[in-house]
Design a protein around this ligand. Structure first.
Ligand SMILES: Cc1ncc(COP(=O)(O)O)c(C=O)c1O
Length: 432
């Protein structure tokens, strides 16, 4: 594939930074070469020399002086080499992407920074962009300042709707779109697993159909998948877009935020080498390297766990969040039956509620929510046009107790009741 058409003028201008190239060279050079090049601080001045972290399972993760020195020093831009190796092995094991030799990985400061770099590498002001609707707010916040022309692609309980994707692309002829560099959609952004905010896991059939359309129109798929391990449908996982990627048109964003710890800020992007190289140049300019301490901790943890330990941990996470989800569903059934509509989340951390008798959840929540002692995210935040009224809201079940969920949804039911009454009285007031 020719990737140059996907890059905007800024990304095309990004060149390797000499000082970073020399740093990379130093990592591989024979030990007797005297490098008087990089301005890294002298480790002898670091005030911390070693450390140990207590794990929940009783074990200890030890950072001896050698490891600690790596934690406290700059690292190579693509990532801490042992972690990169582990992520390569993990990605290959989980997704067996075709044409593995043509792909590369880069560690990112959470998947958010990967998304920002990828979108800012491709977007031109005013470009049409295909986004799943409803859409993760963090992705909208990256794209919106570039004033794109959002082409929303509707999703239902099976994932992105191919008919909606075709309709969004219908103004263009596939032949014209395939080569153009500007003014045509170049990528599709989607969260296929446990969508934020809907909790939907896209089916294999849908993913295959969407991938075919992407092939036809020569689109890059931005597969944002931080909830990959949080799938609750019991069967085996649907193949990721990366797994289906025969052409090299998928940039996949993974994250340790929901799996290990969000505060460590470690994720990774997998994709075709030419695009990952550009992300690396952006990353080098933006942050030099991801926090070494975070990368070493993740790497050491993965090494201690091994494949089996990681499997056990992700199994535990699924069990934990399924119980949380079920507590939320129990409260929803108790208080919101007949008031709201929802489908059972098959992944992720959210329940997406449609409030039947309320035109706009924004005013309801932001004007009267606190008074009623409940707050949720109004649906508008997830819509490409946030000026339109929206009947939806997002309830998170990740970190509240079943008692809090019960109380929260009880309060919500009362809030909705009052709002419905209020809306009924508005036309009466207007018409005297
Ligand atoms: C769909 C989606 N993508 C990306 C992110 C950002 O994750 P990270 O913490 O890895 O930056 C989130 C965080 O909630 C998310 O829900």
């Amino acid at each position: 594939m020719d990737y140059s058409r996907f890059l905007n003028a800024v990304a095309r201008k990004r060149e390797p930074l000499l000082i970073r190239e020399l740093f990379a060279l130093q990592q591989k050079a024979p030990r007797d070469v005297v490098f008087l090049t990089t301005g890294v601080p002298n480790p002898d001045t670091f005030p911390i020399v070693s450390g140990s972290l207590q794990l929940r399972d009783g074990r200890t993760l030890t950072l001896d002086p050698g490891k600690m020195e790596q934690c406290l020093q700059y690292g190579p831009t693509p990532g801490y080499p042992p972690l990169l190796e582990q992520l390569r092995a993990l990605t290959q094991k989980l997704h067996s992407p075709p044409g593995w030799g043509e792909r590369e990985l880069v560690v990112t400061t959470g998947s958010q920074s990967g998304l920002l770099m990828a979108m800012e590498m491709m977007l031109n002001p005013g470009d049409p962009v295909l986004v799943e609707q409803p859409c993760y707010t963090g992705a909208l916040s990256i794209m919106s300042p570039h004033s794109p022309r959002f082409l929303p692609v509707e999703a239902d309980e099976y994932g992105l709707r191919p008919d909606s994707l075709r309709a969004a692309l219908s103004p263009w002829n596939p032949q014209d779109i395939r080569q153009a560099t500007q003014g045509v959609p170049k990528f599709l952004y989607t969260v296929p697993t446990g969508s934020n905010p809907t909790g939907v896991v896209a089916t294999e059939e849908r993913r295959r159909e969407v991938y075919k359309i992407a092939q036809m129109y020569n689109l890059i798929i931005l597969e944002d998948d931080p909830y990959y391990f949080l799938q609750y449908h019991g069967k085996s996982f649907a193949p990721s877009y990366l797994q289906l990627d025969a052409d090299g048109r998928v940039l996949r964003f993974d994250s340790f935020s929901k799996v290990v710890a969000a505060g460590l800020r470690v994720g990774w992007v997998t994709g075709p080498k030419p695009l990952i190289r550009k992300l690396n140049l952006h990353k080098g300019a933006a942050v030099i390297s991801t926090a070494s301490m975070s990368q070493v901790i993740i790497s050491e943890l993965l090494a201690l766990w091994g494949d089996e330990g990681l499997d056990q941990h992700t199994h535990y996470l699924r069990q934990y969040y399924v119980a949380q989800r079920d507590a939320m569903l129990q409260a929803a059934n108790k208080y919101l039956t007949g008031v709201c509509e929802w489908s059972v989340p098959t992944g992720g951390m959210f329940l997406w509620l449609k409030v039947c008798g309320v035109r706009d959840t924004w005013t309801m929540l932001l004007e009267r929510g606190l008074e009623k002692r409940v707050m949720l995210v109004p649906g508008q935040g997830f819509m490409v046009d946030s000026t339109k009224p929206c009947q939806y809201l997002r309830a998170s079940f990740s970190s509240t107790t079943p008692e809090e969920m019960d109380k929260g949804l009880c309060n919500l039911a009362q809030l909705i009741k009052e709002e419905t009454e209020l809306q009924k009285s508005v036309p009466l007031l207007k018409h005297g």
